[in-house]
Design a protein around this ligand. Structure first.
Ligand SMILES: [Zn+2]
Length: 237
């Protein structure tokens, strides 16, 4: 069933913080729960973005690779796109946009799926490098990250707002990824300026949190909750 009210998440950000980078869910299964979303691939290999049912990863080299259904993911969030509100915006930065929609739409306590289609006068991203075993923790893995810039680029932003209450399960606040129209540029968004775009907003009523219960490393791992929030802020913002 195409349930447009639910945010489906596989894995938790806390698991990535602890260095659990092994892919534990095939993309094909993830896509049964949504056609739009973000995440990362096996071994923390790049920034994943899912648009219209097709997943791509933006690797640390900057290369964009379409993903096949057998690709395994350690952490991802998806939903079925069905925007409740759409609006056109012109000439705003990501910070201005965040303030506008967060205040106007009273988003603080709800999960929100966001999609932005348009032209960006500037887009600034980064992408994490694939990690090798033994895996470091997330802050060590993301300390060196290639950054990418593009001007006058058209494409799609996909991401979420999550209540700060859920920092740990995911990133509290905004977390969004970008892919351009020609599918050869993208990544985890650091900042942008919109030239002209359509914003689609979807407030999601349910959270399904799926865990890799058959993964022995996950089952045995001790998560350090004391430093979790600081580690997330260092690695993800
Ligand atoms: Zn990201």
């Amino acid at each position: 069933m195409r349930d447009t009210t639910t945010l489906y998440q596989h894995g938790t950000l806390a698991m990535l913080v602890a260095g659990l980078f092994e892919g534990t869910l095939p993309l094909g299964e993830l896509l049964e729960h949504g056609d739009t979303g973000i995440g990362t691939a096996d071994c923390l290999d790049g920034e994943m973005v899912i648009v219209d049912g097709q997943a791509y990863k933006v690797q640390g080299s900057g290369t964009v690779v379409p993903l096949t259904p057998d690709t395994k993911v350690p952490f991802a969030s998806v939903h079925f796109m069905d925007a409740q509100e759409q609006r056109s915006v012109v000439g705003v930065t990501d910070e201005q946009l965040k303030q506008q929609i967060q205040t106007e739409m009273k988003m603080d306590n709800v999960f929100v799926g966001l999609r932005i289609d348009g032209t960006f006068s500037h887009m600034h991203t980064r992408a994490v490098n694939k990690q090798e075993r033994p895996f470091p923790n997330l802050t060590a893995a993301t300390r060196v990250q290639p950054e990418f810039n593009a001007d006058q680029v058209s494409g799609t932003v996909v991401g979420y707002f999550a209540p700060h209450l859920f920092q740990g399960a995911t990133v509290g606040g905004f977390h969004w990824h970008f892919i351009n129209t020609t599918r050869n540029f993208g990544g985890h968004i650091l900042d942008f300026t919109i030239d002209q775009a359509e914003i689609s907003v979807q407030v999601l009523e349910n959270l399904v949190q799926h865990l890799p219960i058959n993964n022995t490393e996950f089952r045995a791992k001790n998560l350090d909750l004391k430093t979790l929030s600081d580690d997330i802020n260092e690695a993800e913002h």
